[in-house]
Design a protein around this ligand. Structure first.
Ligand code: ZN
Length: 167
């Protein structure tokens, strides 16, 4: 397994729209294992392939306390959503920034698991928020872009300043 490099906002590659996975094979399962390792090491609760510069529709999520709840969703599609909720989100591609954004409260997702088997998942709470956040990445969207233009420009300025400091 390997730790992959995570792209940082405002890297343009984060705006790439990911393509559907055509074949669930060992190569893809290796990518899933690497993405999981990268997510745990960060640490984070979700990671989209887009964030590691692989533009395939694949996300990994684990919101459990003991890191034993890994879920890989391949070609995930939200087929139902209702309600509204707000949550202070963070993102491994936007380090140090936490902002409240609005999402659907409950969702139903269809996807393939790592064996290529179709699954249907009902989610609410943090899991629903996390899945929506990660699917946004596959569509080339980053959560801070849901904020006002002014807030976003302040965040970009802060990120640039932090990057200079760490060099
Ligand atoms: Zn993110």
């Amino acid at each position: 397994m390997a730790i992959l490099n995570i792209l940082h906002y405002p890297d343009e590659r984060l705006h790439t729209v990911a393509k559907p996975v055509e074949k669930v094979d060992d190569q893809l399962r290796t990518l899933i294992a690497d993405m999981a390792e990268t997510m745990y090491a960060a640490p984070g609760i979700g990671l989209a392939a887009t964030q590691v510069d692989v533009h395939l529709r694949l996300i990994v999520i684990d919101i459990s306390e003991d890191k034993k709840g890994l879920q890989a969703l391949i070609n995930p599609k939200i087929v139902e959503m209702d309600g509204k909720t707000r949550y202070e989100e963070g993102c491994l591609s936007v380090p140090g920034i936490y902002e409240e954004v609005e999402r659907a409260e409950r969702i139903v997702v269809e996807a393939l698991d790592q064996h290529g088997k179709p699954i249907r998942l009902e989610a609410d709470g943090l899991l629903a928020i996390c899945i929506q956040h990660e699917i946004d990445h596959l569509d080339g969207k980053v959560f801070v872009e849901k904020l006002s233009r002014l807030k976003l420009s302040r965040i970009v300025a802060k990120l640039k300043k932090n990057e200079r400091k760490s060099m």
